[in-house]
Design a binder for this molecule. Structure first.
Ligand code: PLP
Ligand code: COI
Length: 341
């Protein structure tokens, strides 16, 4: 097959419709087998559970062309597990793990022409999602659901790629204590929209959310977890029940410890400590690792010693090692790479 005529180097993070998507339906207590379809549009009742009470959750993962020309995805089993946790918390039927992996394989295979070439810096972003589709007017879970998975080629999440970004400490919360911050509910992202538009209008790239109960601890951003590097090269990441358990962050902690021999700590991180860190990065599937150069707290600037020009040295090592594993340049830990072609 031939790659599509796309300017891979200049892709941003936006939707480009691809040829095939996978659709499965849940009705009368069971999932059908599902199939690949051409139609990117969905027709549903005006009273569908997703439209009235936001009963929806999603996932995000990527397909890569490796150095030796294979097409792979990265730890899709963990996306399947996380979707299952999201479904349970939102009173949705779980989408089985084997069906999830099969849907990933089918969609990537059917859209292989859209997987960006090795070395282009772009990837094929996969968006699995599920929603309540039958009519629901009293507040209760739907009885019928649809699972879909589509693919779209993407470049860097933040314009400028690996250039350090500036973030602000948000006055808004994205998640409540004992709420849904630890699952990938669409509602969490709806909650964050006013905050991100406000941040952008004020000239910031993203928000740092603090813990909603005490506003003293670092949580995450609207779409990525935090990694901090101490001045003695320790990798520190916030632990909280109201942040999303990022697959990228969990992988980077393994990379830091086992590949780079660094000390790692997953623990509560007080906002008070942030001024003492040497480097800061945002990590996630879309963000990969985006370095943070400056954090602004109500006009008070915290400038990371790594500066505004380049990634800090430890962040760069983590980034290069993770990318190397995903692109087949560095041997991956057992089970991390799911080869499709
Ligand atoms: N935190 C939030 C709120 C996210 O939306 C994401 C993106 O999926 C992440 C963290 C990073 O998670 P992952 O590394 O699994 O993509
Ligand atoms: C991802 O990284 O896959 C996400 O879902 C984050 C979103 C902000 C695009």
């Amino acid at each position: 097959m031939m790659n599509k005529n796309i300017d891979w180097q200049n892709l941003g993070f936006s939707y480009i419709q691809t040829d095939k998507r996978f659709v499965a339906n849940y009705k009368n207590g069971t999932w059908d087998n599902g199939s690949l379809i051409d139609d990117a549009n969905i027709v549903m009742n005006e009273c569908a559970g997703v439209l009235q009470y936001a009963q929806t959750c999603f996932e995000g993962l990527k397909a890569y062309t490796t150095k030796d020309g294979h097409i792979v995805t990265f730890r899709p089993d963990l996306n399947a597990d996380r979707l299952i946790s999201s479904c349970k918390r939102l009173e949705m039927p779980v989408f089985p793990k084997d069906k999830f992996i099969d849907a990933v394989t089918q969609v990537v295979t059917a859209n292989a022409d859209y997987v960006p070439p090795y070395g282009s810096g772009a990837t094929l972003y996969l968006r699995p999602f599920m929603f309540g589709i039958n009519s629901v007017i009293g507040v209760k879970p739907a009885d019928e659901y649809q699972f879909r998975l589509f693919a779209t080629p993407v470049g860097p999440y933040f314009k400028g790629g690996a250039k350090p970004i500036t973030i602000k400490v948000s006055d808004f919360d994205r998640a409540a204590p004992h709420g849904t911050g630890n699952i990938k509910a669409g509602a969490n992202y709806a909650m964050s929209l006013h905050a991100i538009v406000t941040a952008h209008n004020e000239g910031f790239d993203e928000n740092m959310y603090l813990d909603p109960a005490t506003r003293t601890k670092v949580e995450e951003t609207g779409g990525a977890n935090f990694l901090f590097i101490t001045k003695d090269n320790k990798v520190v990441t916030p632990k909280s029940d109201s942040i999303l358990p990022s697959i990228t962050r969990r992988s980077l902690m393994v990379v830091a410890k086992d590949y780079l021999g660094l000390e790692v700590e997953e623990r509560e991180v007080l906002f008070e400590e942030v001024k003492d860190f040497a480097e800061c990065g945002l990590c996630g599937t879309a963000a990969v690792i985006s370095p943070v150069g400056k954090i602004v707290d109500h006009g008070k600037e915290i400038c990371l010693p790594s500066g505004m020009d380049d990634m800090g040295p430890i962040t760069k090592k983590l980034y290069d090692t993770l990318k190397g594993i995903q692109l087949g340049e560095i041997e991956a830990p057992e089970g991390w790479i799911h080869r499709i072609k």
